[in-house]
Each structure stands twice: as structure tokens, then as C-alpha cells.
Write a protein that binds this ligand. Structure first.
Ligand code: FAD
Ligand code: 2HG
Ligand code: ZN
Length: 475
């Protein structure tokens, strides 16, 4: 099936066998209903597949994969389909089974004393946050797509988001996994232990593997005490050096309780204000650079944010700031941040880089990379923002206002080279949190040492000898 018509060449008997595993409500075999699954969030990729399957148990996933292994049918796993790199979209001429995990959405166990939750892969991230919250616990992974992305997708991409500085990324938040291997066997690694040194830590193979090594069907996640208060501010910051200085001070003053330190520059904020519903200018005067800074505390009387802001004003690092006085104000400030990707998308074509460099190198990197790109294309519009607390910038460029999307994209490779060569020079990463998918595969192969790629290929061949799992992605 493709968004334009049906093109499956799998034998009917195999299709029937697969459909019978999931039952009537568990498959889609017409192009109209399949369209949403065959296009990515950014609208950059459109793929085809033989059948969309929506299993609701691990056993069903296992039986599907066994048949696919037997007939060498490729399998593309898909969660909430919010990924940025086309990882969940099959190729244009694919006969894959598109395996959507959304119906596997049970909370299997919530153990508040062990501070763990065991959940199925199709659980929406926000549902897990809410369930933990109701029990006085925190599941800290947080990102703009949390209302639709699934924990299986978060695991498969090793998602980051806005709380990594304090709590780590997805990899740091997992104790155990259940995975259906490319053979169809079920690997039960659903442990709830914080200490377990029995051999290789197999779960880490699957975290960040983008569906190329198996289907994640469930996970045991770490929970944390729920903070008693959040102090949140939106501050106009004088420059890039000042951003990095403020981050270091915030960590020091708060005893490392900064849960988020997001940098927002003016162009993406303008796009969000222009396109977003009910978003308002946060401060009276515009500034080139802002910080959205949050301290999560177990002490409701904690005033470390105010002290830190006062010093920032005195030392000329900050020119203006607003501190959220209510949960409503806090959420309004976060809405501005969360709308940045959508605002950028609505503004038209952009070339995105999800990069990281050491935090201390951010100012020098930006000062070198912006002129390098604008020297190449004078009217390109830099749109950068990101999780500066983790050294992770979304270093994006919107097309010049008078250029067509197609023409702009003919410059993609050249612009990628300019930016990513500099990332390499600063010893950074070409993909900090979004993964590789199909979008960054060539860059990944180009910038990664041969030995690393060879080791990854050996792992892939050992686990998936027929190459049926999400081909064309990552490697
Ligand atoms: P999908 O897009 O469906 O899939 C992503 C990859 O995982 C694909 O390769 C797919 O094959 C594989 N996969 C999915 N489920 C499974 C499974 N059960 N088993 C094996 N493989 C699987 N990302 C961040 O890291 N930080 C952010 O701050 C952030 N903000 C975002 C904001 C917006 C508005 C949007 C649209 C996206 C954002 N993202 C962010 C990107 C995206 O949300 C994450 O990559 C997320 O983890 C993807 O989850 P998903 O369920 O949508 O996965
Ligand atoms: C974010 O931090 C996401 O908002 C998306 O990772 C970044 O759109 C982007 O470039
Ligand atoms: Zn991000």
C-alpha cells in the first residue's frame, strides 16, 4: 500500500496468516486508512507497506515476527510517529509489515516502593507521567511530543528532551526491557533492579537502536520522588557567553537542582508567536536570546532561583526576567518552548541539525557556524534553540523567505557539511537526541569511525542475520 494506491506483492496466504494473528481490529489493508502511518511528522518522507498490523499482546508481536522471519518479510516498527528522521517510515518501494505498537498500552505494574513502573511499549509518554504523578512519583522524561509519542519510540530513539540535565536521557531511566527479537523469540529482560552485574547489559543494545535490532514490547522504568515545587523563569540573556555562565551558576547555587535550562533565540520564538494559538510575548522588550530555566525542589520554600536571578542582574548577565507565579503561568511559559518545532514547521522548509558540543564550547561553536552558513547563503534564517544544559542545540536554518522549498533543499548537503564539519571540529555529536533514521544515515556513516560502524554491523548481523528489521535506517 502507498498513500496513492495498493501495491502489495506479498502472497494472499501470507497476508491472511498475518491478519489472523491480530484479528479484525488489528490490521489496516487499505491505502486510505494507512496514509497517516506512511508519512512522517515533518512531511519529508512517504513510504509504502504491504500491511499495517496493530497487535495488542507480546505473543502476537512474536507470532508476526516469526512469520516475517520465515518469509524474509521486512518489519518497520512504529510508535507515535513523531520521530524527526523518518525512522518509522518505510522506504518508497517497500513491502514491509508496518508494526504499530499503539494498542499495547497497558501499565503492567506500578511499584511505588521500588520506584518503578512496568509499562507496555505503546503507552503514551504523558500517560506514564500522569500515572506516576497520581501516586506521588515523577517520571521525568519530558518533550514537546509527549502527548503522542510512545515509550517504545522513546526507548528506540533514546529520547532526550527538557529534563536530561537533571534526570538523564531515556537510557538512564530504564531498568529492564522485553523485546521480540528478529527471530520472533521473546527476550524477557524486564528486571526491576538497580544493581545487576551479570554479564553484558543487553537492554542497552536495544535502547537507541531505532527498531533495527528488535521490537521493544515493554519496559520497567525508573520513577523519582515528585518535586514539591518548581521555580520557573523566562529570562532575557545578554549573549551566548552569559548563557553558559548562567547555567554554571544556576547549577552551583541550586545544589544541582536545575531540572531544565533551555535556550531560545528570537527567530524561533517569533515563529511560535506568529503561528501558535494563544501564545503571548513573555517580556515587555524583545531580546535576541532567552533562557527558560527551571529548578525542581523538594523544599516548597526554596528561593534559589530568585537569588540566582538577582546576581545575574547585578552582574549584567540578564536584562529582564519573569518568574512564574502560578502553575498556569508556568505552563504558559512552557507552551512557548513546546511550540517552537511546530512554529518552525509552519514557517516553511528548514534544514535541521540536532547537535551537541561540550557546554563550554557552545558560544564558540555558534559564533563560527552561523557566519559559515550565512556566507554560503546570505538570506538563510538561523533558527536555533535547545537543551543548552546538555550542550544540545537544535541548530536549524529556515529557508530565505523568497526561495522555494525545493530549491532550498538542493542546498541541504552543502549546508549539512558546513555545520557538521564544525561539529566534528568541536568534538561534538551529529545527532544528540533524535537518532539517525533515514535522514542522517549518510552523515552518520561519514562522521563515525570505521571501527564503530564495523562493530555495529557485526551486532546487527548477529541479531538480525536476514536484515528484516527496519532496513535502510541507521546502518
Ligand atoms: P516513532 O516516531 O514512531 O519511531 C521512532 C523510531 O523508533 C523509529 O525508528 C521506529 O522504527 C522505532 N520504534 C518505535 N517504536 C518502537 C518499538 N516499540 N520497538 C522498536 N522500535 C520502535 N525528541 C527528543 O529526543 N527530544 C525532544 O525534546 C523532542 N521534542 C519533540 C517535539 C516535537 C513537537 C516532535 C514532533 C518531536 C520531538 N522529538 C523529540 C522527537 C520524537 O518525539 C522522539 O524521537 C520520540 O522518542 C519518538 O517516539 P515515537 O513513539 O513517536 O516514535
Ligand atoms: C525540541 O527540543 C525537539 O523541541 C525538536 O527536539 C527540535 O524541531 C527541532 O529541531
Ligand atoms: Zn530537543
Amino acid at each position: 500500500m502507498s498513500p496513492d494506491g495498493t501495491v502489495s506483492s506479498l502472497p494472499d496466504t501470507t497476508l491472511d496468516q498475518l491478519k489472523s494473528i491480530v484479528g479484525e481490529n488489528g490490521f489496516i489493508d487499505n491505502a486510505t486508512d494507512a496514509t497517516a502511518y506512511l508519512t512522517d511528522w515533518r512531511g519529508q518522507y512517504r513510504g509504502t507497506c504491504a500491511l499495517v498490523l496493530r497487535p495488542n499482546t507480546t505473543e502476537q508481536v512474536s507470532n508476526i515476527v516469526k512469520i516475517c522471519a520465515e518469509h524474509k518479510i521486512t518489519v518497520v516498527p512504529q510508535g507515535g510517529n513523531t520521530g524527526m528522521n523518518g525512522g518509522a517510515t518505510p522506504a518508497v518501494d517497500s513491502n514491509a509489515v508496518l508494526l504499530c505498537l499503539g494498542r499495547m498500552n497497558k501499565i503492567r505494574k506500578l511499584d511505588t516502593l521500588n520506584y518503578t513502573a512496568t509499562v507496555e511499549a505503546g503507552c503514551i509518554l504523558q500517560t506514564i507521567q500522569d500515572i506516576a504523578d497520581e501516586e506521588g512519583r515523577l517520571f521525568p522524561l519530558s518533550l514537546g511530543a509527549e502527548g503522542s509519542c510512545q515509550i517504545g519510540g522513546n526507548l528506540a530513539t533514546n529520547a532526550g528532551g527538557v529534563s536530561v540535565l537533571r534526570y538523564g536521557n531515556m537510557r538512564d531511566l530504564v531498568l529492564g526491557l522485553e523485546v521480540v527479537l528478529p527471530s520472533g523469540e521473546i527476550w524477557n529482560g524486564l528486571r526491576s533492579l538497580r544493581k545487576d552485574n551479570t554479564g553484558y547489559d543487553l537492554k542497552h543494545l536495544f535502547i537507541g537502536s531505532e527498531g533495527t535490532l528488535g521490537i521493544i514490547t515493554a519496559a520497567t522504568l525508573k520513577l523519582f520522588p515528585k518535586p514539591k515545587s518548581y521555580q520557573t523563569c523566562f529570562a532575557a540573556i545578554n549573549g551566548l557567553d552569559e548563557v553558559v555562565e548562567l547555567l554554571a551558576r544556576a547549577r552551583q547555587v541550586s545544589g544541582d537542582r536545575v531540572s531544565s535550562f533551555e535556550m531560545i533565540t528570537r527567530p524561533p520564538l517569533d515563529f511560535a508567536l506568529k503561528h501558535g494559538p494563544n501564545l503571548t510575548e513573555p517580556l515587555s522588550e524583545p531580546s535576541d536570546i532567552y533562557g527558560l530555566i527551571e529548578i525542581a525542589s523538594s523544599d516548597p520554600t526554596d528561593e534559589s532561583l530568585e537569588q540566582f536571578l538577582e546576581r545575574g542582574f547585578e552582574d549584567g548577565l540578564i536584562t529582564d526576567a519573569i518568574i512564574a507565579q502560578s502553575e498556569g503561568q508556568r505552563s504558559a511559559l512552557w507552551k512557548l518552548r513546546e511550540y517552537l518545532p511546530e512554529g518552525e514547521k509552519e514557517e516553511g522548509a528548514s534544514i535541521k541539525h540536532d547537535i551537541s558540543v561540550p557546554v563550554s564550547s557552545i558560544p564558540a561553536f555558534v559564533r563560527k557556524a552561523i557566519p559559515a552558513v550565512t556566507d554560503y547563503m546570505a538570506k538563510i534564517r538561523p533558527v536555533y534553540f535547545g537543551h543548552v544544559g546538555d550542550g544540545n542545540l537544535h541548530f536549524n536554518f529556515a529557508k530565505p523567505t523568497d526561495m522555494a522549498d525545493d530549491e532550498f533543499f538542493t542546498h541541504k548537503d552543502a549546508i549539512n557539511h558546513i555545520v557538521l564539519d564544525l561539529v566534528a571540529e568541536f568534538e561534538g555529536s551529529i545527532s544528540a537526541e533524535h537518532g539517525i533514521g533515514q535522514l542522517k544515515r549518510d552523515s552518520f556513516l561519514h562522521y563515525t569511525p570505521n571501527l564503530d560502524i564495523n562493530l555495529m554491523r557485526q551486532l546487527k548481523a548477529a541479531l538480525d542475520p536476514h536484515g528484516i528489521m527496519n532496513p535502510g535506517k541507521l546502518l
